[in-house]
Design a protein around this ligand. Sequence first.
Ligand code: PMP
Length: 397
Amino acid sequence: MLETRIAKELAYISQAGLARRITELYFVNPAQAQDRTGKTYLVLASNNYLGFTHAPEVIEAASQAALKFGTGSSGSRLTTGGTFIASELEKRLADFKHSESALVFNTGYMTNLGVLYGLLQTGDVVFSDELNHASIIDGCRISRCKVVVYKHNDMADLQRLLETEIVTGQRFIVTDGVFSMDGDIADLPSLAVLKKQFNAFLIVDDAHGVGVIGNDGSGTASHYGLTDVIDLQVGTLSKALAAEGGYVAGKKILIDYLINRSRPFIFSTALAPATLAAANAALLLLQTQASKYLDSLRANSRLMRRLLLEGGLNVVEGITPIIPVVIGEAGLTMQFADRLKSKGILVSGIRPPTVPRGESRLRITVTAAHCEEQLRQAAQIITALWQELKHGEKKEG
Ligand code: PMP
């Protein structure tokens, strides 16, 4: 019975062209990966924004930690798995995020679950941007409180909802800092005003903001120069910080509460020492050499955006290294991504339900580790293929 139901559902997914495929790659450097056959691809799809996964300092720190402390942590932070590396990383993260305290979780996904589940209660209302990451959506779902979704980055809509919604507990506003699919930035100045007006608690997920925006690369607050507006700053160690895990930074009393009440934190085995050491070394690198890496990342983002626009592609405007190229139809988008792969370029094809119907897109990302030559060559291939596909569409249509 169950198998029949599952087989039917899988057949539907497959027929709709929505089947998900697991990749099998390894990175030879932050810009290039190989498959099993040894074929090399230029990767324009990773979140390794600063290329720190292959920085000698980061690799050395991870290797030393594994050699000294073994491969696994062997317990939760509250039993035998707590290490001074985790505590040191949390101090560094708190300092970097201009916060009193920070707490590391096992993934960015679990951080959002852990924060929202841990903090929100029946009677509270959470106002959530419609384009927030799945982990925020899921955190809201399990939080036991009412969820109100506002139109993407639409502060008038948010204000209207804040005014009309009856709330017996606390109002929460939760948003991505840099949106993962559109690459745009939350309107923090307006959120600051609304937060004050409605006495709301503001949570910002800067998974794609850290190592990307702000003079010091610390994310959305620093980008706007509003470092004391956000109550809890969520982030991940898995993107610019080149490791795995997530974190939340804020007032000590909130962090102490989460340590006692956040089940994803309490009941998971702690991250491996090597992972924590890698994140710590990557963060140190960002803190000490921010301008060097951020300048390269920003120059590469500007260059790629300009080249794709000049090539006639429908690039969503922005300043971040997440460059969405809207194609429209899901089938054509996936065909585009597949053809690019066969030409040795990896980009992500994004389609519903991740983005709305009719807005399927290529999600192209650049890193500080790409060189100009790689980007120019890739842009040439992408724009030439787009001309071919577009004309093919017209003939068929
Ligand atoms: N938040 C956002 C905005 C993300 O884009 C992601 C990852 N795609 C996450 C959270 C989850 O982070 P992680 O991959 O570390 O679980």
